[in-house]
Structure formats: C-alpha cells, structure tokens
Design a protein around this ligand. Structure first.
Ligand code: TXA
Ligand code: MG
Length: 510
C-alpha cells in the first residue's frame, strides 16, 4: 500500500486544499481504510469504530495483541451516546468529567452499546471514549462523520509517536494516509479512567492527574503500577488489558536510578564512564539540575527541570526513539518527581525500563584506621561492581562505595600489604587511597554502614548513637564471622583477610 502524506498547520487548516484532503479521508474511512491523525497526546491510528473489519486492520498494522481494546474518538460530547449505554452513575460521572476535562487528554470507560463491534472492545462490555483537544484531530473526526477507533500509531511495544516522522518509521506502507500536525503537545497518552466500578478508577495515568480528577470526583482512586505496590491479582489479571504488555520499550536496556538527585547524577556519570571503557553505546536521561555532573563526552538528554513534568512528558517518547536511531544499547535514566504529570512520566519510563528501577545505595565500610580492612572492602566491592557491569548487569552502577575509620588519621596512607594484595589478587590499584575519619556528615550520607567487627560497631554507635538503624557488622549481613585485624601481619594474613571480606560481601548480597 502506498501511504499518502498531508501536512496541516495554522495556515492551511481552513483552506480548500485541507477540506479536500479531509473529504478524501472520509472516503478512506468509509471504505474501511486507516488514517493516522495528530492528537494532543500522541498520534492515533484511526479506523471507523463502527466497522469491525476496518478495526481489525488496526491490529494487523500495529501487530497489537488481540485482547487489547481501542479507544473511540469523538468530536462532539453528544456522540458519546452513539457508542455507549451508560448507567445513571456512569452518566453522572461522565458529565462532570467531560465538562471539566473535554476536549482533552482523558479517556472515560463506560458501558458500551450494541453498535460497537467486538473488534473495538475485544469483547468487553465497556468502551473507552475520548474527545481530543487537538484542533486537527477534531476537524478530521468531524469530517469523516463517524466515531474513530484509534490506538497510538506505533508498532506495538515501541514508544508512542509524538511526531509524524515517528509514525512514518512504523506505519509507512501499512496505512492509507498520515496527517502530519506537528509535535504532540502533551507527549504521553491520555489518562484512562474507568467509570463503571464502585468508585471511578484511573487505569492509566496521563495529563489529567488524580488530583485534578479528585477535585471533580473526590472518591476517585488510581491503580498502582509499581510491582511492589500492586496487589497480586492485578499483576495476574490487570483491569486494563493494555497494562500487562511491555510497552514504550526502546531497543536499549533502560535502567532507572532512584534516590537523592546529586547521588543519582554521580552514579549515572560513572556508569557512562564505565560504558565508555567497555565500548558500549550508552546515554542518559537527566534533569537540568544534574547537568553539572556531566562532561561534553557524555551522551545526555536533559529532560527538563526535576519538577517540570510537562516538559519531561513532551520529550520522553521522542527521546527513547532517538536513542534507538543512534544505536544506543544502555540508557541510564534518573527517576523523576512523581508529582502532577511527572507521575505519568514515571509510569511510562518504568515500563520502558521493564520495571527496572534501582535505588542508589551508598555503602560505607568502617574499621579502625581505614588503612587495611575497610579500605580493602571498599576496593573489593568496587571491583565486583565493575565486573558485574562488564557482564552486562548495568544496574550494578547504582551502588556507591566508600570507607572510613573510627580512629583514622585523615590522609593516612594505606598499608603496603593491603595495596599489594589488591593489586596481586584483584588487579585493583588502591595506592591512591587515603584514610578518612568517620564523621556525622559521612554517616549521614550513607544508606548502609558496615563495620568489620562488633567492636567497631560498638565504638561507632558510642560516638554516633543516632545512626543505629543503618549500622551493621558485615558479619551480621553475611551470617559470617567478624574480620580480624591483619595489621602488622604477614602478606598471607592480608590475603586471608581480603578473601574473607570478599566472601562476606558476596554472601551479604552487596
Ligand atoms: O492518548 C491516547 O489515549 C491515544 C490517542 C491516540 O488518543 N490513544 C492510545 O490508545 O493511547 P492505546 O490503544 O495505545 O491505549 C488504550 C489503552 C490501553 O491500555 C487499553 O487497554 C485501554 O486504553 N482500554 C481501552 N478500552 C478499554 C476498556 N474498555 N476497558 C479497559 N481498558 C481499556
Ligand atoms: Mg499505545
């Protein structure tokens, strides 16, 4: 099939040429064809919602699983009655939300009527309806004169298209026409809210947030989407079929790093550096505030300010697609603030990452002088992390390691035997290490403090009792025995000590 292209903009929207093309679209749609049109969220792949055969073609063009229902788009609120048969409660909720948020990025799920073919709803008794805000979308729907069933116009599983060029990549030759209306304002798909349940429930977060909906329907809730927050039955049988599919995924492996903004930025910078050493093509998605941690060589995309969910949303999918175009294989993304639209941004990013969101942990090893044991522990763990990253466990970069001593002399040199053992056995250069004395500031920044012996723990908590909840002995975490002091011992004593430390680090799952 040869795909026709047409560009609409402010200048030609009311022109005769546009009217002619829209009349042509009406023909295409009435003959059961497919037309891609712009909306304020993402581009939609449209067919006549009342023609089951036409709707089936959407599934083929996208490679979409057959049990994932489509949203029906209308250009006039009254047209909702053409596809629905709402209960009184649904009607009341629908009217209130339509008044507040339509036209706009909100899809409402209500009871369907018999005119909607099973192909649209995948056999469900409900239908999702949306009245887009985008002027070109409404013109198109008005012109064709029938409700339009349309999913996002991407190949299933790929990031949704926010530019006509994205649509072309996925849909050229598979659809009759593509209307190019420029960049989509919101950049993320609509909020999907189910109005048929006991309470209205947001199934997919989007530009219309729960806080906004609650102002109209205070009883509204939303589905949890982080794995650890989800009830088991929702994982097995999701309320919205679309939720169970891996989505928005670029070819690259995406890892989200979560934690304090500066720590995350430093870890991402380190991960990029590590990727360079491995000759891996890596990129990062960061916030404006984190930019200062990166150099010119780093392949970074600044997604906007930490609290600017709107800008992040508008950039997200295009950025993921650009990474694919550049052959990026690893993406390190900072977790965004989950406020407002940022919540929907994180939902999409989470799914692009295949739920791989790792908390940035700061581990601090503590001994007496920070010249033997805690020093070796720091470098051994750093070495293990580098090995894990080289083996493709890129989330290993989320751990930051340091060491200090309760009675250390700041700037003191490490013991020669410890430096030699690191070099000989682990091929690690620790010669630049200098001792650091434990301070409240250092403890404050650490997430987990591991002492070499119970004695260190006792002394440490004697000085700083307020950190009791994060101080453990390494032996406690590894179910092992304390690391004895090799100081003044032979080279062999240091070898044994290092191997003991390594074994416990592994056992403790660090
Ligand atoms: O912003 C948008 O919503 C875009 C533009 C084109 O309007 N469309 C879009 O469609 O994102 P799609 O098909 O990619 O996503 C529709 C989502 C899916 O997660 C689907 O499972 C859910 O809405 N959905 C549709 N009808 C449903 C129903 N009756 N019950 C539950 N979930 C439904
Ligand atoms: Mg989609």
């Amino acid at each position: 099939m040869v795909t026709e292209y047409f560009t609409v903009n402010e200048k030609n929207i009311d022109s005769e040429e546009t009217a002619e093309f829209l009349a042509h679209c009406k023909e295409i749609i009435s003959e059961g064809g497919l037309v891609v049109f712009p909306t304020e969220t993402v581009y939609g792949l449209g067919a006549d919602a009342l023609n089951g055969e036409a709707v089936k073609k959407i599934f083929t063009a996208k490679g979409r699983p057959a049990d994932n229902p489509l949203i029906v788009h209308i250009a006039d609120v009254k047209k909702a009655d053409d596809v629905s048969s709402m209960t009184e409660t649904e009607r009341e909720r629908f009217n209130k939300l339509a008044k507040a948020f339509w036209p706009g990025p909100l899809t409402m799920i209500v009871t369907k009527n018999e005119s909607v073919p099973d192909a649209v709803t995948c056999g469900l008794g409900t239908v999702g309806i949306r009245l887009p805000e985008n002027k070109y979308a409404r013109k198109f729907i008005e012109a064709v004169g029938t409700p339009i069933a349309a999913p996002s116009a991407n190949t299933s599983g790929k990031p949704s298209p926010t530019l006509a060029s994205h649509v072309k990549e996925d849909m050229d030759g598979k659809v009759n026409a593509i209307i190019d209306g420029g960049a989509c304002r919101v950049g993320l798909e609509s909020t999907v809210i189910d109005l048929t349940g006991e309470v209205p429930c947001i199934l997919r977060p989007g530009g219309v947030t729960l806080e906004m909906v609650k102002k109209i329907l205070p009883e509204a809730t939303q589905l949890a989407w982080k794995k650890e927050e989800q009830p088991k039955e929702d994982i097995e049988k999701p309320k919205s079929p679309g939720l169970k599919y891996k989505h928005y995924a670029p070819n690259a492996k995406v890892v989200i790093l979560q934690g304090d903004s500066d720590t995350v930025a430093k870890r991402i910078a380190w991960a990029l550096e590590n990727a360079r050493l491995r000759n891996a093509k890596a990129a990062a998605m960061i916030t404006v505030e984190q930019k200062k941690y990166f150099s010119k060589e780093d392949n970074i995309v600044c997604m906007g300010k930490a609290d600017d969910g709107e800008t992040q949303a508008a950039k997200l999918f295009a950025t993921l697609r650009d990474f694919d175009d550049c052959g990026i294989t690893e993406v390190y993304a900072t977790a965004m603030k989950e406020d407002g639209v940022g919540y929907a941004v994180m939902n999409r990013l989470y799914r692009a990452a295949g739920c791989l969101m790792v908390p940035c942990k700061k581990i601090l090893f503590v001994c007496t002088g920070n010249t033997c044991r805690s020093f070796m522990a720091e470098y051994i763990l750093k070495g293990l992390i580098e090995k894990r990253m080289a083996a493709g466990e890129i989330e290993a970069c989320a751990t930051e390691v340091s060491s200090a001593g309760v009675y250390a002399e700041d700037g003191g040199w490490p013991t020669e035997n410890a430096v030699d053992v690191l070099k000989d056995i682990y091929e690690i250069d620790g010669s630049q290490h200098r001792a650091t004395k434990v301070t409240a500031e250092i403890l404050d920044k650490a997430d987990l403090v591991l002492t070499m012996t119970a004695g260190h723990k006792r002394v440490l908590l004697g000085f700083f009792p307020e950190y009791a909840d994060k101080v453990f002995t390494l032996a406690e975490k590894a179910c092992g025995r304390d690391v004895e002091d090799p100081f003044a011992g032979s080279y062999k004593t240091y070898v044994d000590s290092a191997m003991h430390i390594e074994e416990m680090i592994v056992k403790a799952g660090l």
